[in-house]
Ligand binder design. Structure first.
Ligand SMILES: Nc1ncnc2c1ncn2[C@@H]1O[C@H](COP(=O)(O)OP(=O)(O)OP(=O)(O)O)[C@@H](O)[C@H]1O
Ligand SMILES: [Mg+2]
Length: 230
């Protein structure tokens, strides 16, 4: 059961949106997903409370540094994927969550402040590898990317990541009103009304490609066996 932590110590980078989109798409594809909400602002849990029942998706609220191990252990019995949503601050929870993860996903907006928050996470991952010999696979997903123009800030962030040989997903998460609406309405993108939400088809395609890239990097445990049997 892979554990994926979403981390950027800069607030508002798009972590919770990236968690929500991946969780609901993986559930849509047939995987059982548990999201551990460690953010005191409970955005994921609020969205879950608003949503109609989703049989394959669970959000556990009030997860703390002290209870993280227990919640991950409990999720092992029921989930194919565990996603950890962290608050946008530096905290001891970050190192603990990274230590329990099979993959760390770093959502970064194309702006300098955000890249700094992402760099803190990359530095911590580097430290764990060089000092403790603990290598946690990780990648960056660019968020809130403008669908029309490539800004200079985004190019600068991409250049910085390439210099450091950081793995960056080919699929960025585009800035779309559908990704805000889904927070307000509850449920998944698939449940929104295409007549009322602009470019819902493009939003759905964006999320499908994003989820497929994650599945390639972090296959579900036993998926090879399942494919073999099928
Ligand atoms: N791709 C996107 N398109 C449109 N709006 C977005 C997108 N990503 C994030 N947002 C909006 O930006 C704001 C911040 O996003 P989000 O809550 O996902 O960031 P965060 O990194 O989880 O923040 P925090 O550090 O406070 O937990 C929210 O209002 C969200 O709706
Ligand atoms: Mg958040």
């Amino acid at each position: 059961m892979p554990v994926i932590t979403f981390a950027n110590t800069k607030g508002g980078a798009g972590k919770t949106t990236a968690v929500l989109l991946l969780a609901s798409e993986l559930a849509h594809m047939g995987h059982r997903v548990t999201v551990l909400d460690t953010d005191p602002q409970h955005w994921m849990s609020r969205w879950f409370d608003l949503s109609p029942p989703m049989p394959r998706l669970t959000v556990t609220p009030y997860v703390t540094q002290a209870s993280l191990d227990r919640h991950v252990e409990e999720a092992r019995a029921t989930a194919d994927y565990v996603l950890i949503d962290l608050p946008g601050v530096r905290s001891p929870l970050l190192a603990k969550a990274i230590g329990m993860s099979d993959h760390v996903l770093i959502p970064i907006q194309g702006c300098a402040m955000d890249a700094q928050g992402g760099a803190h996470v990359l530095e911590l991952l580097q430290y764990l590898e060089t000092k403790l010999g603990m290598r946690v696979p990780h990648s960056v997903v660019l968020t809130r990317v403008n669908s029309m123009v490539t800004t200079r800030a985004l190019l600068a962030v991409k250049g910085l990541l390439a210099q450091r040989n950081v793995d960056v997903l080919n699929t960025p998460i585009i800035e779309r009103s559908a990704f805000r609406d889904v927070f307000d309405c509850g449920g998944t993108l698939h449940m929104l009304d295409p007549a009322r939400i602009s470019n819902l088809d493009k939003a759905l395609e964006n999320v499908r490609l994003y989820a497929e890239e994650i599945l390639r990097r972090v296959p579900a445990a036993g998926s090879v066996v399942r494919r073999g049997v099928a």
